[in-house]
Design a protein around this ligand. Structure first.
Ligand code: SF4
Ligand code: SF4
Length: 673
């Protein structure tokens, strides 16, 4: 960041962001003190997360847990979840999650015992002496994630700013804007816990060492502004910003505070700017100084269908039903319950969903307060949606592309940059549900991305397999060439030997070969015993089968039975070969009979020469083996599949070179005409 830009920021210059709207504020609950809602009868804590895989579960059904006890292990970026009260684990099962689609995810259900007994807290009183690594570890292990809505791992965000930015952290912004109408939970915690937030800011500052720290608060929160001004004296600058929706979105807030417009393809931390919500900062303080993990959050309860509105502290995992019944919901016909604010929230498919870290508001509006969806009409190309979009998108175009299922065009139009702020839908005179469509499109886009990733992995595996097979073929070729060279050298050496010397040398070679065979046999036996002990799974069986088949093919090749495969298209139609080739697709067992008629057959990419047996008319024709020197008596080789070859060799009792799996094979025959 240029130093003159930094000077402008220090001088409290305020910039404007593109687009935005000014909806009715409806922040009546701003004066309502935070109340503790108490213990529900059941707690259901989701452990499915949108980033990475589920954490490793540390508890079992029937276990007794205490408040603050970790239920999952932290893995990678994923933070652990903690029990929000003491009780017994009732179930670990899939439950409905707070999502517009009503999809299910893995949850741990706790039956509270009513004692609310906590684990021994481990406050980090000397946090000022701790290193950044220790503090970040603490933040991670105590489950601190963004409480502003995105639920992004706080430690990861801070770490990224330290690692990704070339200049370190320039600006630390504490987000107290709370721009969405109705919601006042951040406002209340700033009013009631300003000193705790200030301590949280100090901890983050110690890790990041930013050049400037700013707390951004919208000018419609005078009480919060004065509380924070007195608490953050000497810790952070309080920047009062104009009320405009969505100024609280991270990129918009960065634009307002620093004048920098960060493209959506770049992470904010790469520019040395970190934005943390005030609720998250409070959680950092509680995790580090008090040793309390994130087990509760403040939720705004609003709407004219509620008798009691205000801000309540709710244990994570409490059901929305419990909150509504404690705040005395008087439902009307077709009552809607919205999770989140009126702009970014969504109607819940059921009220039996748990409160999570990202749930900042429960809204139970009457039809008069927020009308039901009006009948949508056609787009009139008025362009209002594009004028208010802070991400500089063209919503009506994106909507049409999404409706036409043209996902590639939608992606190109910038669906990933949509923050689902709802400003476009708010101003649309045709009442087109733009935001809902974009939420759906983003889910589809994520699905496509996942599928592409999986395809990529499969492709890589295939490439690796091909490379491995190629390397194995080369290795085999090298071995073969070495063996031929050895034989040649041996023959040359034998040519100069006397008959006695030759006899001694051959006896010695025979002994060596026998010793080698014994060794190999013992090794195979030992391996078999080991496998029998460990229990051979299906995968290893398949591998063994393949290895054995490769081995058999190698033997066949060595004995000179393999020929170049004939393409099916090259086989003349209506011949016995064609019939066999066709029939092979359905029944391989007809092959021996076909072979008896002297047909040429094809199996996948491999065909082997077959030397016809003496013609005897039996119901089950007998197959014969193929000694390499048999060519002299059968000058016209015929083709045969490896399994037939194996069976033929079995008949000749050449079992010492054949794996068991082939020897045990039963081949039955079926006549073809
Ligand atoms: S919902 Fe998306 S498209 Fe609509 S205004 Fe917000 S960012 Fe723009
Ligand atoms: S605001 Fe509505 S009607 Fe106007 S261009 Fe956008 S989608 Fe069309």
């Amino acid at each position: 960041m240029a130093s003159n830009q930094l000077q402008k920021i220090i001088k409290a210059k305020i910039w404007k962001f593109f687009g935005g709207i000014k909806p009715k504020e409806m922040k009546d609950t701003s004066d309502c003190k935070i109340e503790d809602l108490g213990l529900p009868s059941i707690i259901c804590i989701p452990i499915d997360r949108h980033l990475g895989k589920d954490g490793e579960i540390l508890v079992n059904v029937g276990d007794h847990v205490k408040k603050g006890q970790p239920l999952t292990r932290a893995s990678g970026r994923l933070v652990p979840v903690h029990a929000s009260t003491s009780g017994t684990i009732n179930a670990i099962s899939k439950e409905v999650l707070p999502h517009p689609s009503g999809y299910t995810g893995l949850c741990i259900t706790i039956k509270p015992d009513g004692n609310d007994e906590s684990v021994d807290l481990e406050p980090m009183k000397d946090w000022e002496l701790k290193s950044s690594r220790e503090l970040l570890e603490r933040i991670h292990n105590y489950g601190v994630e963004g409480l502003g809505g995105a639920q992004f791992q706080t430690d990861f965000k801070i770490k990224s700013a330290l690692e990704d930015s070339k200049t370190g952290c320039n600006v630390l912004i504490i987000n107290g804007a709370e721009c969405e109408p109705v919601i006042t939970c951040d406002d209340r915690i700033m009013q009631e816990q300003a000193s705790d937030i200030a301590l949280g800011i100090k901890i983050i500052k110690k890790i990041l060492n930013p050049k400037i720290t700013i707390v951004a608060i919208e000018d419609n929160k005078p009480h919060a502004i004065s509380a924070m001004q007195s608490a953050c004296d000497g810790i952070a600058d309080i920047r009062v910003i104009p009320t405009k929706y969505p100024s609280g979105a991270a990129r918009n807030l960065i634009k307002i505070i620093t004048g920098i417009e960060i493209p959506y393809s770049v992470h904010t931390s790469e520019c040395g700017i970190v934005v943390n919500n005030v609720g998250t900062v409070l959680s950092v303080k509680e995790a580090v100084v008090d040793g309390i993990p994130v087990i509760s959050r403040v939720v705004t309860v609003a709407g004219q269908s509620m008798k009691k509105t205000g801000n309540v502290r709710v244990r994570l995992g409490t059901s929305v039903r419990f909150v509504l019944s404690n705040c005395h919901l008087y439902p009307e016909f077709h009552q809607r319950i919205i999770l989140g604010g009126p702009m970014m929230g969504f109607t819940l498919p059921t009220i039996d969903v748990p409160i999570t870290k990202s749930a900042n508001c429960i809204l139970a509006p009457t039809v008069n307060e927020i009308p039901l969806l009006r009948q949508q009409s056609n787009c009139i190309r008025c362009g209002r949606c594009a004028r208010v979009c802070p991400s500089r998108l063209v919503p009506y175009q994106m909507y049409n592309q999404s409706k036409a299922k043209n996902h590639a065009a939608c992606l190109k139009a910038g669906i990933r940059d949509c923050t689902l702020c709802g400003a476009c839908a708010y101003v649309c005179p045709s009442y087109i549900p733009l935001t809902s469509q974009f939420r759906y499109e983003q889910a589809v886009e994520m699905h496509i991305r996942d599928a592409e990733r999986r395809n990529q992995i499969a492709k890589q595996r295939m490439q690796q397999k091909e490379e491995r097979l190629k390397a194995e073929a080369l290795e085999r070729q090298a071995k073969k060439e070495a063996a031929l060279a050895r034989i040649k050298a041996q023959k040359e050496a034998e040519a100069n030997m006397t008959p006695e010397e030759l006899a001694v040398a051959r006896a010695k070679a025979l002994e060596e070969a026998k010793a080698k065979a014994r060794e190999r046999k013992e090794a195979i036996l030992a391996q078999k015993q080991q496998q029998a002990k460990a229990g051979v799974d299906d995968a290893s069986n398949i591998k063994r089968l393949k290895d054995n088949q490769d081995k058999a093919i190698a033997i066949a090749k060595h004995q000179g039975h393999i020929e170049k495969p004939a393409a099916v298209s090259e086989i003349p139609e209506n011949t016995i070969e064609q019939q066999v080739a066709n029939a092979q697709l359905e029944e391989k067992k007809i092959l021996p009979q076909a072979l008896k008629k002297g047909a040429t057959v094809r199996l996948e990419e491999l065909t082997v020469t077959y030397h016809e047996a003496a013609k005897t008319e039996t119901a089950e024709p007998k197959l014969v083996g193929l000694p390499p020197d048999d060519r002299l008596h059968n000058p016209e080789p015929k083709k045969v599949i490896p399994s037939v070859l194996m069976s033929a060799q079995e008949d000749k009792k050449e079992v010492n070179i054949l794996p068991d799996i082939f020897r045990k094979k039963n081949i039955t025959f079926k006549k073809i005409i």
